[in-house]
Design a protein around this ligand. Structure first.
Ligand code: ACO
Length: 323
């Protein structure tokens, strides 16, 4: 059977780093509160000349370089983002143009923090369905643009950045030992909309709006939803937590990551944590975490890797792949 195999990965971060202490004069908060409640120590914040498209392009170029490919090799670009450069056209198409790519097709995918997991699962279907052979999957966000910088309960949590993967069709045996995407499970439930949303949009207010979150409510649902969807993915693949080499979760909150890993029986040393460095970068968080763990030599060819995310909607999902 056809498998979607990772050929390369890349990342891009805005130049400016904002430490927790930098919030102290802006809102009533402290480094101690932020670290203790979230594990976040710093985040990158985009300058005016850094956008979802420019960061996404940089991550895509890095992923193509690591795959030994050029834009000419790519058939499809899927960009996961909730912070597009414009309401339309899709920022994926802008990235396609920035890459000098005038063949194939490109579209955005909007599942907030779960966007990258949704996009990898979607790319896998395009590849296995024969509609594309090589897909650039990008997660890129500039959440700093939709934050209410006077709301201490949200502005300290998010950051900007981008990450990307190149997936390519390869014949596999149909076994768990194959490289590539092995299983995926996606969920959403709009009943939770008001717990995490942006209070503006083209069809309602005609404005971009600001992120609003009932953090305690999100927290309450997160661990159960994450563990359910991961158990469904394990069931599809016929594996247990012990078979995993790496768990690369969405990076929103260290306490959610720890509680999920503990409930699933995933050993602490297999969990990739980058929330301290990047904060919550929404759809960029999983590919950014992957880029750190690949660069430092943890994730290697043949390793069994579990990706997971949960976010606004609510949306949630997991992808199991062999690197
Ligand atoms: N600094 C200091 N105090 C603060 C801050 C801050 N930055 N923010 C809130 N507080 C205060 C609150 O006002 C509250 O004060 P009160 O008790 O006087 O009312 C107190 O701290 C405790 O607030 P809680 O909300 O109960 O704090 P909690 O321990 O739940 O931590 C947090 C808050 C970090 C937001 C947590 O609830 C969380 O991580 N939630 C999940 C967020 C998440 O995972 N999102 C993922 C999806 S994101 C996406 O999809 C876009």
């Amino acid at each position: 059977m056809i498998r979607s195999v990772v050929r390369g990965n890349g990342a891009a971060l805005p130049r400016r780093i904002m430490k927790n202490a930098d919030f102290e004069g802006m809102v009533e908060t402290s480094d101690e509160w932020i670290v203790q409640r979230t594990g976040i120590r710093q985040r990158h914040v985009a300058a005016d000349d850094e956008t979802t498209a420019s960061l996404g392009e940089a991550a895509a170029r890095a992923a193509l370089d690591s795959a030994g490919m050029t834009p000419a090799d790519i058939d499809l670009i899927i960009l996961a983002t909730s912070t597009p450069n414009n309401t339309f056209p899709a920022t994926a198409v802008e990235i396609q143009n920035r890459l000098g790519m005038h063949h194939g097709f490109a579209f955005d995918m909007q599942a907030v923090c779960s966007g990258f997991v949704y996009a990898v699962a979607t790319a896998d279907l395009y590849i296995r369905g024969g509609l594309a052979k090589r897909v650039l999957v990008i997660g890129s966000e500039t959440f700093s643009r939709i934050l209410d910088w006077s709301d201490r309960s949200t502005c300290v949590l998010f950051g900007d950045g981008a990450g990307a993967l190149v997936l390519e069709a390869e014949e596999g045996a149909g076994a768990i030992t194959d490289r590539g995407v092995l299983a995926a499970s996606l969920r959403s439930d709009g009943v939770h909309k008001d717990k995490l949303f942006v209070d503006g949009g083209p069809s309602t207010t005609g404005t971009v709006g600001h992120l609003r979150m009932e953090g305690r409510e999100v927290f309450k649902h997160a661990v159960g939803m994450i563990t359910d969807v991961i158990e469904a993915t394990f069931g599809q693949a016929g594996i247990t937590a012990e078979d995993l080499d790496w768990f690369v979760p969405h990076q929103a909150n260290k306490r959610i990551i720890d509680a999920s890993a503990k409930k699933l029986g995933i050993a602490e040393e297999k969990v990739v944590v980058t929330v301290d460095l990047h904060g919550n970068t929404s759809a960029a968080s999983v590919p950014l975490a992957l880029s750190v763990a690949v660069a430092d030599g943890r994730i290697k060819k043949g390793d069994l890797v579990l990706l997971e995310a949960m976010g606004g909607g609510f949306t949630w999902g997991a992808v199991l792949l062999r690197w």
